[in-house]
Design a protein. Structure first.
Length: 335
C-alpha cells in the first residue's frame, strides 16, 4: 500500500521526505497489529486496512522536522499516536452504533460489540507497549492523553449538567476527545526529535488549537459535504442526534427572547423524525442555509489562526510553512 498525504506541505523536498517516512510508519503500524491469534489478527487489522488520512502520525513527523526527524523514537511515537487513534475508533463506533467506518463495515458490524471493544483494548495495549520503550515521560504523557480521551467521551455521552453552557461543554468535549491526541502527536514529534522545551511547548499548544478547529470544520462538513468526495454522508450527525456546534448555536438562538421565526422553524425540522430520507434532507438544507453554519466555520477559522499565531516563535522556513499549511488544510475542508 502506498501512503500519501492530502495535506499540502509546500516544499517538495520536505513533502517527499515525510511521505517516505509516513510509509515507514504504515509498515510499523501493520506490524504492530499483527497477532498470532487469527481473530485478534483480523479484527485488529480491520481499520488499518481501511486506510485513513494518518493526520496524527503526519503531524508527529512534521513537528520532528524542527529537530532531528531521523531518530528512531520519532517513528515509534508516530505509531503510538495512530494506534491510540485507531483504538478509540473501535470504541466510538460501538457507542455510536456506526455501521460504517472509512467506507468499510464498522468492526462491530462484522464481529459484534464485544469483539470490537476488546480489539480497541488490544490496540491500546500495543500502543502502551510501544510507548513504554520511549521512557517514563512518554508513558506519563500517553496516560494523561488517554485520560482526557476517556473524559471527552464520558462528557459527550452524559451531556452538559443542568446550568452548564452547552456550547462551552461541547468545546471542552472537543478539546479532550479530539484535540488532546492531536496535541500529543505534535508534542511527541518535537520532543523525540530533541527540540528545545520552548519549541515542544509551541507545537503542543498549536496541536491543541487545531484539534478543536478540525472538529468544528467536521461539524460543517456534516452539513455541506459531497459524500462522494469527502466520505461523509450529509446529515449523519443530525439523524443520530449527535450535538454539533451548528445545532447548539441554533438551539441557543431559539431559546432566547430574540428568537426568529426561522430559528424556531429549523429547530422544529431538527426535532422531527429524521429516519425518513426526505425529512433528513429538508432538515439538512434548512440548517445549511442558517447563519449558524457560517458562524461555526468562522470559529474554526479563528481557532486555526490562533494556532498559527502560536508558531510565531519558531524559525522561518519550510517546516514552519508546512505547519501553517497543515492548519489551513484542516479548516479549508469546511469552505
Amino acid at each position: 500500500m502506498t501512503t500519501t498525504t492530502a495535506i499540502p506541505l509546500g516544499d517538495p523536498v520536505l513533502a517527499e521526505r515525510l511521505t517516505a517516512r509516513l510509509a515507514l510508519v504504515e509498515e510499523r503500524l501493520r506490524d504492530a497489529v499483527t497477532h498470532a491469534d487469527p481473530l485478534a489478527h483480523d479484527a485488529s487489522r480491520h481499520l488499518v486496512n481501511a486506510g485513513g488520512k494518518r493526520l496524527r502520525p503526519l503531524l508527529t513527523l512534521l513537528a520532528a522536522e524542527l529537530g532531528d526527524g531521523d531518530r528512531r523514537e520519532v517513528l515509534d511515537a508516530a505509531v503510538v499516536v495512530e494506534l491510540t487513534h485507531l483504538a478509540t475508533l473501535y470504541h466510538d463506533d460501538v457507542m455510536d452504533s456506526a455501521p460504517l467506518r472509512r467506507g468499510a463495515p464498522a468492526a462491530q458490524e462484522v464481529w459484534g460489540n464485544s469483539v470490537a471493544i476488546l480489539t480497541g483494548d488490544l490496540l491500546f495495549a500495543r500502543a502502551s507497549a510501544t510507548v513504554a520503550g520511549l521512557g517514563p515521560e512518554a508513558v506519563r504523557i500517553q496516560a494523561a492523553t488517554f485520560e482526557r480521551l476517556c473524559l471527552g467521551q464520558l462528557h459527550e455521552t452524559v451531556g452538559p449538567r443542568p446550568g452548564d453552557d452547552p456550547v462551552a461543554h461541547y468545546l471542552q468535549v472537543l478539546s479532550d476527545k479530539t484535540a488532546s491526541l492531536i496535541s500529543t502527536s505534535a508534542r511527541f514529534g518535537a520532543m523525540f526529535a530533541g527540540c528545545r522545551p520552548e519549541a515542544v511547548a509551541t507545537v503542543t499548544s498549536f496541536g491543541e488549537r487545531i484539534g478543536v478547529a478540525f472538529q468544528l470544520a467536521d461539524d460543517v462538513l456534516d452539513l455541506t459535504s459531497d459524500g462522494d468526495v469527502s466520505g461523509k454522508t450529509p446529515g449523519t450527525d443530525l439523524r443520530d442526534r449527535v450535538p454539533t456546534m451548528p445545532t447548539l448555536l441554533l438551539r441557543a438562538r431559539a431559546a432566547s427572547p430574540d428568537a426568529s421565526a426561522e430559528d424556531l422553524a429549523v429547530v422544529e425540522l431538527l426535532d422531527a423524525d429524521l429516519t425518513d430520507d426526505a425529512a433528513l434532507a429538508r432538515a439538512v438544507a434548512a440548517l445549511r442555509a442558517h447563519p449558524v453554519v457560517d458562524e461555526t466555520r468562522t470559529r474554526a477559522v479563528e481557532l486555526a489562526r490562533a494556532a498559527v499565531h502560536e508558531l510565531d516563535g519558531l524559525p522561518d522556513g519550510p517546516v514552519k510553512d508546512a505547519l501553517v499549511s497543515f492548519a489551513d488544510a484542516l479548516v479549508d475542508r469546511a469552505s
